[in-house]
Structures are given as structure tokens and as C-alpha cells.
Ligand binder design. Structure first.
Ligand SMILES: [Zn+2]
Length: 308
């Protein structure tokens, strides 16, 4: 992810092989780049997670709600394609990612001089505490306050003062309208669907004097459900200079008879600030077929409200 200070890529594409090919063309110094993945690799798609775990690039990832699709809810468990008495694909995914899994955790990148802080893993988004048994059994967490404490602990444990936050869903405070980065675009339309614990943890880090150049997440798709004349706002910036990137460009892969393109978001950081944010499409030959500068999509500065 990083250029003269560093440049980074936030990837929404599950096909790992593309990453190495596409990046080689422009990145003579791979150790200064970081690969971040915001979850929903598939519905407990163990093979995809195994591929990501095998990437040799520095990487951090957080699981999304689809990564516990057959485990976290009663209706999901009814559709589970494997025997839950003998197998646990959620646990298997977590073991595969190992230290790259930053959910309720952090990963230090000494070569980059920064730490990636993970928000609440497997988030569905919104201000209602969901998956009670799942979080209790897997993490010993019972509510938003305990969830926030876990993320704050990761901030306190970070080796560096420059922090990048990763959530599956973005923080509360970016959902003013259905078209906002975390705005609810399904009935009943409207309302902030961000994670309140993530917002409070970011505020905590900023209050501690940490530099937070970037918060990145997915979950809330760019394509809006309630209108087709525009897409979701992808980028926002708060009054402390922190950039918030919604990287959920779905579909991740667009295929035609002769063409297959996958999208990646690329963030360039210099002097501990975001300099450039691109949405890039790469074809099957690992050639860049289009790039969109997302900087024009930045919302006016505002402060996130810590709700916890
Ligand atoms: Zn999701």
C-alpha cells in the first residue's frame, strides 16, 4: 500500500493471483506496499481465504458477515452445506489467516512504520447488537461497550503512532443520507448503518494523539438499491484529516465473452496522509483497463460522533 512514505491497496477482489500480476507492473518495491482486505470473501469461502493467506505481500484482513454466513444466525445455520457437528469453517478461516486477521486485533508493519487496527470482525453493520451467541462464544464479547474495549486495546497495543483502521462495515457518522458511505439504502430507507464501536475507537485513537490517515471498509455496496441514477459516495474526510474509504465496488468481477476485469482500490499515502485514492480495474492479462480518481467524491469535513 505505500509510496515515498507509502502507498497502499485496498482490495475487494477475492482472486489473489491477480494481485501479484497487476501490482508488478507499477511496484518495484513490493515490501513498501500492503494488501488490505475488508472481508466478505464469500459465504464461508474457505478456499478463497486460503488463497489470501498464501499471499506473500504484507497483508491484513478482517472478516465480514458473509464469512460467518452459515454460523452466526439461525436462518444461516439451516442452510449450512457442511456438518457443523464435525466441521467449523469459521474457525478454519481464522486459523488460515492467522496473524493477518486483524479483527479485534492489530498488525504492526515495521517496514511501513504503521499499525493496522481491526474493528469488530464479521460485522453486519448498524446500531443494534447482533449475533449475541456468536460473539459471546467466539470472542467473549457481549455488547458494544465490550466490543469497543477490544478495539481500544488493539490501539493501545500498537507499536506505531500511525494507524490505519479496517472494518468490514464503516463507522457510525457516515450515514446522513441513503447515498452516504454507510447510509441505509433498503427499506425503511435512510438511517446510519455504521458500526458505533468502530467510530468510538477511531475517536479514542485521535484523542490519544495517534495519526489516523485512513479508515477503510466495505459491506455497503457502491451500487444503490433505491436509485440507479447515481452511486454511493465512496470517500469522506473528517476535520482531523482522516480519510474514510468505502471500497465495496460490487460486482467485484465483470465478465464478457472476451473480457474479465476485477476492481481494486489503491490508496497512496505520503507523510502520513492520504494523497490519492483510485478505483482500478484490471483485466485477465493483468493490464489496467480503467482508473477512477475517487478524490472528487470527498464529502465535506465533519467530526464523527462517538456514541459509546
Ligand atoms: Zn458484508
Amino acid at each position: 500500500m505505500l509510496s515515498s512514505s507509502y502507498e497502499g491497496s485496498i482490495l475487494t477482489d477475492p482472486n489473489c493471483r491477480l494481485l501479484g500480476g497487476s501490482r508488478k507492473r507499477r511496484e518495484p518495491e513490493p515490501s513498501r506496499h500492503q494488501n488490505a482486505r475488508a472481508g466478505d470473501f464469500g459465504n464461508e469461502a474457505v478456499a478463497v481465504v486460503r488463497s489470501i493467506a498464501g499471499l506473500s505481500l504484507p497483508k491484513a484482513a478482517i472478516f465480514g458477515n458473509h464469512d460467518a454466513w452459515y454460523t452466526a444466525t439461525p436462518w444461516g445455520r439451516k442452510k449450512c452445506p457442511y456438518d457443523r457437528a464435525t466441521e467449523d469453517w469459521v474457525q478454519l478461516q481464522m486459523e488460515l489467516l492467522g496473524d493477518a486477521d486483524v479483527g479485534y486485533s492489530k498488525r504492526d508493519f515495521p517496514q511501513l512504520g504503521l499499525t493496522v487496527i481491526g474493528g469488530r470482525p464479521f460485522s453486519w453493520g448498524g446500531s443494534e447488537w447482533k449475533y449475541e451467541a456468536f460473539y459471546r462464544d467466539r470472542y467473549g464479547v457481549h455488547n458494544f461497550a465490550e466490543s469497543l474495549a477490544r478495539i481500544k486495546q488493539a490501539v493501545d497495543d500498537a507499536a506505531f503512532d500511525t494507524l490505519i483502521f479496517m472494518g468490514h462495515c464503516g463507522p457510525t457518522g457516515l450515514g446522513d443520507t441513503p447515498e452516504s458511505p454507510c447510509g441505509r439504502d433498503w427499506p425503511p430507507i435512510g438511517g446510519d448503518f455504521g458500526d458505533p464501536d468502530l467510530a468510538a475507537a477511531i475517536a479514542y485513537a485521535q484523542q490519544q494523539g495517534k495519526t489516523v490517515p485512513l479508515v477503510t471498509f466495505g459491506h455497503m455496496h457502491h451500487a444503490l438499491r433505491h436509485r440507479q441514477d447515481r452511486q454511493r459516495q465512496r470517500l469522506s474526510r473528517d476535520d482531523q484529516g482522516t480519510v474514510y474509504l468505502n471500497a465495496a465496488c460490487v460486482p467485484r468481477i465483470v465478465r464478457t465473452a472476451a473480457h474479465c476485469a476485477r476492481n481494486f482500490s489503491i490508496v497512496a499515502l505520503e507523510r502520513r496522509q492520504v494523497q490519492r485514492t483510485l478505483l482500478t480495474w484490471v483485466d485477465q492479462r493483468h493490464a489496467i483497463v480503467s482508473e477512477e480518481d475517487l478524490s472528487a467524491d470527498v464529502a465535506p469535513s465533519k467530526s464523527l460522533q462517538a456514541l459509546i
